[in-house]
Design a protein around this ligand. Structure first.
Ligand code: BGC
Length: 420
């Protein structure tokens, strides 16, 4: 354990000096996060308990708002006013952006003591490191391309499983609608529109198209008939949601599936955390299925970055938190509650349910088939301004009667402008 080693080393080196402030530095961490829904709150509480059980003082700074848009606004103003929180839920290229600003502390001593290079998969290490230094720690692997379905409602129209192609999806949704059932539970917020959009890009275009369009921002892919077909499918899905969708939080959409008010939700597996927090049983009360695609898997790795702070108590707090997060115990406990799977390799999935096991198996298959791809909607694929340019067009299209042709030309234009 890093902390024990540090305390020992500190004791030997400084016993003669007995510097009061150092000897009494108690680990403290202000933690900025956006985990406020039922399942999320349970998961983050497990981290807080672990931290406190190890002598830490946890200062909670939750900022409600799915996918963290509001939390990132608060972060920017906190850093600008010289008052950065110690630990911040941050992910993907945003970690690199903050590191470039010189805002992040390096965690190399904890990493070396804990052997992170051996237990964090290489692809995830790349995201957590800036110029070779660890500046963040991974919490989990969420999968984005899921359908969460209510089996009782599906059975009403004779379906016993989720659709496996987008044509089947539409046929099932048409049947549900004809039976007076809302086919799709959706929350009309830009990031939720983008979540649905990227699963359709993956499904209709395939993994290579996803990579070209939403990761490489290739103009030919963006300006293609496939992209038009994606917008056509988005228009269809718009027809399958209820009238009250604008502004609805994602977890309220999940509750609609849970309560039999809608048949399916397209959402990452943090939705499973909601079902579990409500005592629902996978395979019985709800079904999990991948959105239709050929061996695709859209990953979304939550992580915490440690910002530069002063004070031994805060620095020790960051180190303790980082050590616990990568630890095996936390990776199991937290992910059982959160709906995700561990980011650390070698953690047993014995206690996990079939949805988590499917996630792991599909992840392996996708890696072999070249379909393991970063989520655009959840900040894993692109820097903020580039993703924002895409999300704006997706939302403008979903919330109007814009044609697919117009959406495609706006997309091409918005991405070109954002690239400059
Ligand atoms: C995060 C999840 C979170 C979800 C909803 C995602 O971007 O990765 O941890 O539960 O947003 O807020």
């Amino acid at each position: 354990m890093y902390l024990r080693k540090t305390i020992l080393a500190t004791g030997v080196a400084f016993s003669a000096l007995a510097t009061a402030s150092f000897a009494h530095a108690e680990p403290t961490a202000e933690v900025l996060h956006w985990w406020t829904s039922g399942g999320e709150a349970k998961a983050v509480a497990s981290l807080k308990e672990d931290f406190e059980a190890n002598g830490g003082t946890w200062v909670d700074s939750p900022v409600a708002g799915g996918a963290g848009d509001a939390a990132m606004t608060v972060l920017r103003s906190r850093v600008l006013s010289g008052d950065a929180p110690a630990a911040v839920q941050l992910k993907g290229p945003a970690i690199q952006e903050w590191a470039e600003q010189g805002a992040l502390a390096d965690l190399n001593d904890v990493a070396a003591a804990e052997g992170w290079d051996d237990v964090i998969p290489a692809a995830i290490q790349d995201v957590m490191k800036y110029k070779g230094d660890y500046v963040a720690v991974p919490v989990n692997v969420h999968r984005v391309d899921w359908i969460w379905a209510n089996p009782t409602l599906l059975a009403k129209v004779g379906a016993d499983s989720a659709p496996t192609t987008w044509d089947e999806f539409n046929a099932l949704a048409d049947k549900l609608q004809a039976a007076g059932i809302t086919p799709v539970a959706h929350g009309g917020q830009p990031w939720q529109d983008a979540t649905v959009f990227e699963t359709v890009v993956l499904g209709l275009g395939g993994p290579e198209f996803f990579q070209s369009a939403l990761v490489d921002l290739d103009e030919d892919a963006l300006n293609s008939d496939t992209m038009k077909a994606v917008f056509d499918q988005m228009r269809k899905i718009r027809g399958y949601v209820d009238a009250d969708f604008p502004g609805r939080d994602w977890n309220l959409a999940t509750a609609m599936v849970m309560n039999g008010e809608a048949a399916m939700q397209i959402m990452g597996d943090w939705a499973k955390g909601e079902f579990l927090a409500a005592g629902k049983v996978p395979g019985k009360d709800f079904i999990c299925a991948a959105t239709p695609s050929e061996n695709g898997y859209l990953f979304n790795v939550d992580s915490f970055a440690m910002f530069n702070v002063s004070g031994d108590d805060k620095v020790e707090g960051q180190k303790l938190l980082a050590e616990l997060i990568v630890g095996e115990k936390f990776q199991e406990t937290f992910n059982l509650l959160k709906g995700s799977i561990p980011a650390r390799s070698g953690v047993s999935l014995d206690k996990f349910d079939d949805c988590a096991k499917k996630s792991e198996a599909d992840l392996q298959a996708a890696q072999e088939a070249g379909g393991f791809l970063p989520s655009m909607a959840h900040g894993m694929a692109l820097r903020g301004h580039l993703a924002g340019a895409i999300v704006d067009v997706v939302t403008a299209h979903f919330n109007s009667d814009m044609s697919s042709d117009e959406a495609v030309s706006r997309l091409v234009e918005a991405v070109e402008l954002a690239k400059d």
